[in-house]
Design a protein around this ligand. Sequence first.
Ligand code: ZN
Length: 320
Amino acid sequence: MARPRICPMIRAKKYGTIAAIAIAALLILKFILLDRSPVPETSPEAVNLKLVRALARASRGELPQSLHVLIIAEGAFPKSAVIAGEGLFKKKPMVFDSFQAVFADKKTVIIDTAMDAAGVEKMSKGMPFFADRYAAMQTAMTKAERIILTHEHPDHMGGIGKTEAMDKIKDRLLLTKEQIDDPYRDKSYFTEDNIRAISSVKPLEYDPYFSPAPGIVLIRAAGHSAGSQMIYVALKNGEEYLFVGDIVWSMENLEKLKGKPYLMNAAGFLKEDRAKVAAQIRFLHNLTADPENKVHVVVAHDLEQIKDYIARGIVAEGFQ
Ligand SMILES: [Zn+2]
């Protein structure tokens, strides 16, 4: 029996409706996963900077006299993965780096340790890696008074995870309980021996502020990870810095008041506490938008920002 013929007009209308529904579904999905990143009007997570400044100057020792950076690797990420609502095909310059505060008596404190060549290649394939600078950071770690981290992710802790000098740096590590307990989701960024050594470090417990050295204050800021903290640094010359780790991945996030896209969490990659991070973004947005603000916010992965700070003499390139 011959099949009844569907009028071409009706068929076209049917496919047109299906296509419209599919496009609408894709747009909703894009909105949820890539575009949306709500930030509250006020920030209950606000940092009491007055108290932090007082704490930084509470001990009798001299404040550090200079701040240095080593750019360990630099490249670019898709901008849509860095800032919610950005174009799908734009790129954002990114960096993996390590910082060093230097005191007049040559004592040093290192903030964040990037990761080795294999770690960079795994996290960001093809990104240029500067082996000589990574080696310089490893040497500097063996002489530092303290090694502290904005958080326990491998691109900040990997330099400890893969160090061949654990016997020399172990007693210099100042890590919180979360930073000791939580970083091993992917053990490839650590050696087994180093995991054992890190696990035996006596954890630092504080809430909400702690000064490990003159001019330096740790500020609890769980959200991006359980062990996330902001690190305030005041230099003798009056310059002030606030290391915000990965609360955002670029200054543009703060300017636009937009966090990372939800996709980075939905895909299981980050597992952030989004509400806490959003409140921190509100605090940092208000701080950086304040014309009276003198604190240099340092976003861990913002290559454009760090190159600007180096060019303006706010941070010196190369460790001492
Ligand atoms: Zn990071």
